[in-house]
Design a protein around this ligand. Structure first.
Ligand SMILES: Nc1ncnc2c1ncn2[C@@H]1O[C@H](COP(=O)(O)OP(=O)(O)O)[C@@H](O)[C@H]1O
Ligand SMILES: [Mg+2]
Length: 374
């Protein structure tokens, strides 16, 4: 049995025209690190608030250990919560802040000091007990908030964009600390972020949210290597896309198969089809390729890949460990060249063709097995 089960959960806010959470079905396993990832407004915070008990569901049921938690108030759900803003009490010391959930739960005073010390040790802040929040850096304040969420040994720790106010270096440091805590404590963690690299760093599984629904729930690697649809392909990692029509009908079965597709300008491409249903000829499809799978050459002859698209180099950006090439595809747009899609490629410095200049014609090559068709 899963630790948490959402079953057909809906949330409509008063006056809201659409459901903030729209028929959500989600199981959270004991001990896992699950991240809710999605753009702003996709229902991540609402989902977390429903779980913590700060908002009530409009329909559906949420179960903890198989029992509905609808009538349980937040402090009886045994969940620690960390918010984006540190939400520490400014007039209390660090130790008093961390002790707060214990006094609310009527833990005997004789046990409080030891538990507070242990929780602060977990986040390496045992020497800061007498400071006030205003005397701490942002990262330290968020570690206090984390200690406060852990101090009563909750079954679940819920975190809503806890690192988004920190600068990049500190954020990455905190990600490693949170990973370590998850490993050491074995506590179930549910983490909300809109940052795909943060989700990939932290999570056992990621639920990709869009408009109150889950588009795909899988491990970070599976989401990246086998996205279920264009939304997931575009949200996790970079992605190039082009509209095509299917030339040879593909009946792929459970295994991936190669199919022929045609671009709007009539150019043939070979692509990989993973769909389990048979697709008839002339089906409109989207072909996707990640930028790291593109090769760039000045002429077709320079590329060994079966597929080639012609483009015009729009920009060439040095990004340290790789070059980022931006090219506008030729002969694709219906209403003039400005409508043609822009693709970009990540090219390692050693593979960059000599003498590339912006404005020049280039060929973008890729292998069928590096594509997806949706
Ligand atoms: N208290 C509220 N009252 C009305 N609408 C809300 C409230 N909170 C969130 N919403 C709406 O619900 C949707 C989902 O919001 P939210 O769960 O905060 O998304 P996310 O955390 O992914 O950014 C959005 O359209 C948002 O405007
Ligand atoms: Mg939010």
């Amino acid at each position: 049995m899963a630790l948490i089960e959402f079953e057909h959960v809906f949330k409509r806010y008063p006056g809201g025209s659409v459901a903030a959470v729209d028929d959500l079905n989600l199981h959270i396993e004991a001990g896992e690190f699950l991240t809710l990832l999605g753009p702003s407004g996709s229902g991540k915070t609402t989902t977390l608030m429903l779980l913590a008990g700060f908002e009530a569901t409009s329909a559906g049921v949420i179960r903890l250990d198989g029992k509905s938690i609808e009538s349980l108030p937040p402090h009886l759900r045994n969940m620690g919560v960390v918010f984006q803003s540190y939400s520490l009490f400014p007039h209390m010391t660090v130790a008093q802040n961390v002790a707060f959930p214990l006094s609310v739960r009527k833990v005997p005073a004789s046990q409080i000091a030891d538990k507070v010390t242990a929780a602060l040790a977990k986040v390496h802040l045992e020497n800061f007990t007498h400071r006030r929040p205003s005397q701490l850096s942002g990262g330290q304040q968020q570690r206090v908030a984390l200690a406060r969420a852990l101090v009563f040994e909750p079954r679940l720790v819920l975190m809503d964009e806890p690192l988004s106010a920190l600068d990049k270096k500190l954020r990455e440091e905190m990600q490693l600390q949170i990973r370590r805590l998850h490993r050491e404590l074995g506590v179930t963690m549910v983490f909300v972020t809109h940052d795909q690299s943060e989700a990939m760093t932290l999570s056992d599984r990621v639920a990709v949210f869009n408009q109150g629904r889950i588009e795909q729930l899988a491990s970070p690697q599976e989401l990246y290597d086998a996205p279920a649809n264009p939304f997931v392909a575009n949200f996790l990692g970079d992605n190039n896309m082009i509209n095509c029509t299917l030339v040879s009908g593909a009946d792929a079965g459970p295994e991936a198969a190669t199919a022929s597709v045609k671009t709007a300008s009539g150019q043939s491409l070979q692509a990989r089809i993973c769909s389990t249903r048979a697709l008839p000829e002339n089906t409109a499809v989207k072909l996707c390729v990640r930028p790291e799978f593109l090769q760039v050459g000045l002429q077709r002859a320079a590329l060994a890949t079966p597929n080639c698209l012609d483009g015009t180099l729009v920009d060439l950006i040095h990004q340290g460990d790789h070059w980022r090439l931006v090219a506008r595809l030729q002969g694709i747009g219906k209403s003039g060249p400005d409508q043609a899609p822009q693709w970009f490629a990540k090219i390692s410095p050693g593979a960059l063709p000599q003498g590339l200049v912006v404005g020049q014609n280039v060929c973008l090559g890729f292998r069928p097995e590096d594509t997806w068709v949706f």
